[in-house]
Each structure stands twice: as structure tokens, then as C-alpha cells.
Design a protein around this ligand. Sequence first.
Ligand SMILES: [Zn+2]
Length: 182
Amino acid sequence: MGIIDNTRLNLTETSGSSRWHSRLGHINLDALKLMMQKKLVFGIPSMTLEKKLCGSCLLGKQSRQAFPQATTFRASKNLELVHGDLCGPITPSTLAGNRYIFVLIDDHSRYMWTALLKEKSDAFNKFKRFKSLVEQESGASIQTFRTDRGGEFMSKSSVRFVMLMGLNDISRLHIPHSRTVC
Ligand SMILES: [Zn+2]
């Protein structure tokens, strides 16, 4: 038939715009229009642009439901539940060369302790010192320690940790899905 320019075959194609929208990475309609008018993309036919709802785009724009800001559980006495978090590395590090901030919060009193660390791995030893200090001072003992930084506490020394905590069960070391307090 000797057709040289195939764009004319697509003039009446109605689903073309949806197909090109998908083909070009779900591009928005205005950009597609511009590409078409200015012939920015080789092979793009001239077509009627239809505003159609695209399922993939709708799904992509949906946001995940936010994590709850607070837990429903609240400890009823001091040291029943202690939250721990490790922030950093901070840049530049402090003059003393510390790069991490270790934060511990008592769930009941909301009392907060902070310590500066050079390395993440120092958290375990810092926690040991914190635990003996607060237990001595208060006469109570930490029942549950909750952190989302499980790696710093679990990897090498989980068994040691549980023994040290005087906990019977590793499940008392609670590593939640999301940050809850700090
Ligand atoms: Zn789309």
C-alpha cells in the first residue's frame, strides 16, 4: 500500500491516549499533549487525548495509613516499661567524637535519659550502666525494654541481655513495628 506515515491510521483511535499514558511511565495528560504537539517523542501518533481514570495511577497515589502516634498501653508504675532509641549518626560528630544519641524514656513517669555514644555498639554497655543506676536509685526493676533498634541489642548479645535483664523470656524484649514515644 506504500504507507509512509502511519500516524494517520491512529487518528480515530480512542484508547490510544491511555496506552501511551501507560507506555510512557504513566505520564500526565498535559505532558503527553505537549509531547504530541511538539513531536518530542519519535513515533507518537496524533490522537484524541481522553481524560480517563487510570487504576494504576490511583493505586500509586494512595498513601499508607499513618502509624498510631501513641500506644494504647501505658505503664502503671516506674520502670515497668522503658523505651529506647538510638539517633544518628550525627554530622559533624561532637568535639569528643560522639556520633549517636541514645535516648531512654520511662513510660510511666516520662522521665528521659540521654547519652552520647561514639559507636552504635556502645548502646548495650550504656544500657547496662543505666539499668543498674536507675534500679539502685528507685528500688524497682525494669520489667520490659522496648526498642525498634533491635539490631543493636539483639545481634550478638541477646542471650546475655535477657540474663542481665533478669527476664525469663526474650519476648519481654519488645521490638515494635514503629516508634512510639520519641
Ligand atoms: Zn496511569
